[in-house]
Design a protein around this ligand. Sequence first.
Ligand code: PEP
Length: 248
Amino acid sequence: MKKLIAGNWKMNGSLAANATLLEALLEGLRGSTPGADVALCVPAPYLAQVQSLLQGSPIAWGAQDVSPHAQGAYTGEVSAAMLQDFACRYSLVGHSERRQQHGETDAVVAAKAQRALAVGITPIVCVGETLAERQAGLTEAVVKRQLAAVIHTVAHCTSEIVLAYEPVWAIGTGQTATPQQAQQVHAVLRAQLAAATKHPARVRILYGGSMNANNAASLLAQADVDGGLLGGASLKASDLLQIVALAG
Ligand code: PEP
């Protein structure tokens, strides 16, 4: 299976800046089929723009969050069906910024993954430990608990998710996990998937956390690292294009 390089723009962008970035990405990919799958998870207000500029291109698009509810009195939320209206292929769920800043529990994250799957959107389920949890030796227990909630809820659809291991201490800090640290956790997650689904190899496990053009090659070379989830690097066309080339 191809590796997946997914960008998370977070709360960045403008109509003008997005157009410039997307044009540079499309120009960089013109004339060749990338050896890796590429996706951008953008702020919801820009989904229409991204759909219009990327349709027919090798770059897929998606959202950064999805409501756990189908519809109704949930002011400010965006439903899976709404994301489907804009042809989203992916949605992040359970990014650590949502878990930490919005109090998202494992159960809420699992419900979000289920809503996405129900309309054919692939949830990119983010798991990862804080620095305090790592220092307390709790890394494996934390990521396994986070993934278990999703497996329990989506059950036979487990092989249809994308998983992203994102150590919280590595996100936006410039402090990347070593390839060995990443591989160790990815192997634990792969084993957990193997116990839950007949098709564990179908689940791409991305690494995220200060991945950049300089460190991507060694991370992507690990046996169970099936791609990357990029924050900062997804806002710079040259960095993103370099990482896509390394992943191919
Ligand atoms: C992220 O936001 O998912 C992320 C990995 O950010 P960064 O690459 O900037 O650490």
